[in-house]
Design a protein around this ligand. Sequence first.
Ligand SMILES: *Cc1c(COP(=O)(O)O)cnc(C)c1O
Length: 365
Amino acid sequence: MAQKFINVTRSSMPSYEEYCEQIKSIWDTVHLTNMGPLHNELKEQLKGYMKVENIELFVNGHLALYCALKALKLGGEIITTPFTFASTTNAIVQAGCKPVFCEVKDDYTIDETKIEALITERTSAILAVHVYGNICDVEAIEEIADKHGLKVIYDAAHAFGVEYRGRGIGDYGDVSMFSFHATKVYHTIEGGCLTFRDPALAAEIAKERNFGLNGEALDCFGTNAKMNEFQAAMGLCNLRHIEEEIASRGEAFCRYNMRLKDVQGLTTLKCVEGLKQNFAYYPILIDPETFGMDRDQLAVKLGESGIFARKYFYPLVSENKAFGEDLTAETAKALRFSRNVLCLPMFAHLDTADVDRICDIILKK
Ligand SMILES: *Cc1c(COP(=O)(O)O)cnc(C)c1O
């Protein structure tokens, strides 16, 4: 019997008709990109949904993060986490700064108690990551940053729709970056945004996004990272269904929890209290000794049944060969996580029967 293939993720799609209806006006306006009417409409709607004051849209999340570092005019060293996607570190290096890697906690986010020891006179900012939709200790990080006069940037690529103590997660820190890539909880095909505290930053961000142009003047060496109208149209469609998509993810998440939370040698994700979750990922941490099989063996076993789980994040970004040296020694926990975490399939409308099939394989070993 042919096995059903289940990938780690599946992009949410509006109906074909809904998208066609949404892009119709582009043929009237012939405004394809450069902050068109659909872009501006999406910006307003996202401001409301994400509960933030200031937002700017981008062609993708990575360039948004890069532009944030440039707009804040950061230099020197940036304290960050090695347990993230390549984008975080690459943006730091591309913006001309040096990443300084800090150890993580059991919930995979940066260990705020280890940040201060890494601060030098060259430190300009903390770039932390809200991992798997769980969040950093935003209050402790703010306190450290205020004490030392540092900027705080969050890579919130995983955290769209997340709220903490009734506030949009993008409302914490100086700037947060959200990714709207096709594989994320909410997408605009490719895309992303920055949310930020200081409204004056909007002009700097806009210049970095559009070649450094300020009217007719050239103010800086900006890049090109503008969101186009077809992306914005996809975003407007997907935003209409986001609550139902997140709720559907939540059902799969609960089912996984029910089946896997008491398995020996397997640890599930625990989010902080007071969080409105988005159920972005379902990571499991395998202890090879007590589970009786290591992460890589489990990935192969699932693969044999047509189930594609993802080693994420693997390798650590601090293992990038371009550094020319081993930077993993000081972050042993992050290294252990990168070798032992597996993200199971997680997307809206993942069948309970499929979750059960995945769990059966894991439990049978
Ligand atoms: C997806 C992702 C990014 C990059 O976003 P893109 O929109 O794909 O450029 C950055 N950081 C993290 C943690 C991500 O998961």
